[in-house]
Design a protein around this ligand. Structure first.
Ligand code: NAD
Ligand code: WQD
Length: 341
């Protein structure tokens, strides 16, 4: 087993994946510019796994720094590329920031890795499907015109990787299309650390319940769904993290049938925003202050994934329930409110 480079490894999904990699005996090196994460995460990981992962503060837009890094860490055999900017609304306001940080960094990384034999895992997103015509959505569903520059960076990123993997012999790529990752590690020592006002549902809920936010607005309850609110395929971040380990193992075992493969990573179940709120209230014992507001521009009404391909080929399946996801998110919110980084 070679070393696994985890870009964006101090971030939300990255940190959980580092824990699962270490639990599976992998030697990990993280690079991150700490633009959306805190270096304290490394100590938290050490408390969970007993091993502090190697860390290099690195800006992936800086080609020279990347070359120096790869020269020093020449024994990397796998790369899990999380580093990117991820705010849909910010991407609409500042598209170039997103093309620079999500596309230039990917191109830099692939150029820097050229000539090395590497297994590469890419963080893609169910956002590539837009509003699907058929549910559950399979990997064969058409890619819809992206609703935002952020979404477009995931589509373009997938294309760059597919074309490159097909063109060169030494690169194998698995793109994982995540549905909606939520929750935190069972230790409550790592979790999502939103910068400013959370834009995603679950951190907004936990911050409202703890008193950091006054109330949650539900973005519409008049959609064509059983209770009128939008439906998503929420997945526990630890299950998602494990999917990355499964992808690396598939590549190491030379089980791929093509140089580029793509898998949906969700639970296969759709839950509505209101169902999620009520499940949160049940597992936390807190009454959530929420009101129904206007729909949010560009929101998808309903999406959940067909995850049978990942189950068959990656031998991976999400195990945690919605209640598990929300209980862990709540435990993390309480922890981080009492022990801020
Ligand atoms: P995150 O912001 O918590 O983690 C990303 C990390 O990358 C951060 O630690 C940040 O500091 C780092 N980073 C950003 N730009 C960098 C650069 N130029 N150089 C070095 N480091 C840089 O985000 P996350 O939620 O963990 O998401 C990880 C990946 O998964 C992203 O690619 C994101 O687009 C994708 N994704 C996330 C979701 C989600 O809902 N969280 C859903 C689908 C896909
Ligand atoms: C979930 C549901 C909202 C906040 C976004 C990106 C997507 C992906 C994940 C990375 C929706 C509702 C939310 C609130 C609400 N990221 N909501 N009140 O919209 O599925 O996806 O993040 O690739 O690209 O678009 O996730 O958590 O923002 O919203 O009612 O305050 O919760 O309308 O129905 P979404 P989300």
């Amino acid at each position: 087993m070679g070393k696994i480079l985890v870009t964006g490894g101090t971030g939300y999904i990255g940190a959980h994946t580092v824990v699962e990699l270490q639990n599976n005996g992998y030697d990990v090196v993280i690079v991150d510019n700490l633009s959306n994460s805190d270096v304290k995460i490394l100590d938290q990981i050490k408390t969970i796994t007993g091993t502090k992962p190697a860390f290099v503060k690195l800006e992936l837009r800086d080609k020279a720094a990347l070359a120096v890094f790869l020269n020093e860490y020449s024994d990397i055999s796998g790369v899990i590329h999380f580093a990117a900017s991820k705010s849909v609304s910010e991407s609409v306001k500042n598209p170039l920031l997103y093309y620079d940080n999500n596309i230039s960094t990917l191109v830099n990384l692939l150029n820097a890795l050229a000539g090395k034999r590497v297994n590469f895992v890419f963080s893609s997103s169910c956002t590539v499907y837009g509003e699907p015509d058929v549910l559950p959505v399979t990997e064969q569903a058409p890619i819809k015109k992206a609703e935002s520059p952020y979404g477009n960076t995931k589509q373009i990123g997938e294309e760059i990787l597919k074309e490159t993997a097909n063109a060169v012999d030494d690169l194998k790529v698995i793109a994982l299309r995540y549905f909606n990752p939520v929750g935190a590690h069972s230790s409550a020592l790592i979790g999502e650390l939103p910068n400013g006002v959370p834009q995603n549902l679950v951190p907004f809920i936990t911050q409202t319940a703890i008193g950091k936010r006054k109330e949650l607005t539900v973005f519409g309850d008049n959609f064509d769904t059983p209770d009128g609110s939008c439906i998503r395929d929420f997945i526990h971040v630890v299950d998602l993290a494990k999917a990355h380990v499964a992808a690396i193992k598939r590549m190491e075992a030379a089980q791929m049938t093509a140089a580029y493969e793509v898998f949906n990573i969700g639970t296969g179940n759709g839950y509505s925003v209101l169902e999620l709120i009520h499940t949160f209230e049940k597992v936390s014992g807190e009454q959530l202050n929420y009101r129904i507001g206007q729909p949010r521009d560009g929101d998808i009404v309903k999406i959940w994934g067909d995850v049978s391909l990942a189950q068959k080929e990656l031998n991976w399946k999400a195990e945690n329930s919605l209640a598990d996801m929300l209980a862990s998110a709540w435990a993390w919110e309480k922890y981080i409110s009492e022990n801020p980084f």
